[in-house]
Design a protein around this ligand. Sequence first.
Ligand code: ADE
Length: 225
Amino acid sequence: MQVDIITLFPSMFDGIFTESILKRAIEKGILKVNIINLRDYSLNKNKNVDDYAFGPGAGMVMQIEPIDNCLSKIQDLTNPFDEVIYTAPDGEKFNQKMANDLSLKNHICILCGHYKGVDERVREHFITKEISIGDYVLSGGELAASVIVDSIARLIPGVLHDEQSALSDSFQDNLIAPPVYTRPADYKGWKVPEILLSGNDKKIEQWNIEQSIERTKQRRPELLK
Ligand code: ADE
């Protein structure tokens, strides 16, 4: 999968793709990430990419020209974008189902919003999907883009050592994952549930399912509806 991220702050992605699972996905050639500086596609000599919003009220808006210029220059007709995503607090709320769907795509582009956002015509004419990672306002779309790419990448076959692991994640079947424990089995008298030490895999699986349902009922009852 190829992910092109268009941003005004490329260095915000330093570190995210050079550690852990994302690093491994890139090294294995399963994931390719291009960080693209929108300023490089500015059409004026000052490299501006934003201007004052029309009408009263303060605030800068990302202009349509550099975004149009950037998208047309980076598009690859032999590997077209399956989605052009815009990160914004008023987008569709991101969830595991969207991560699953996006993990099946070949090529996605993510445009990170900033300031008061992009000129509405960008959303109307270039964007195919608008994603919010939650009902709060970030100072820009870079953190949202990182969250989206991280959650997608771990679902691509070959990225995790144990593919079953992603399938048992919280939310995969509208259930929260069961609790997990590791050694020592007794720490200061706080014991691991007996069943997990029994060696009976069938019974443990059943216990895990019961725990998942119970936790979901308690913590996220709306998922069970
Ligand atoms: N940009 C600012 N806030 C955001 C949010 N909650 N989700 C996605 N992009 C954003």
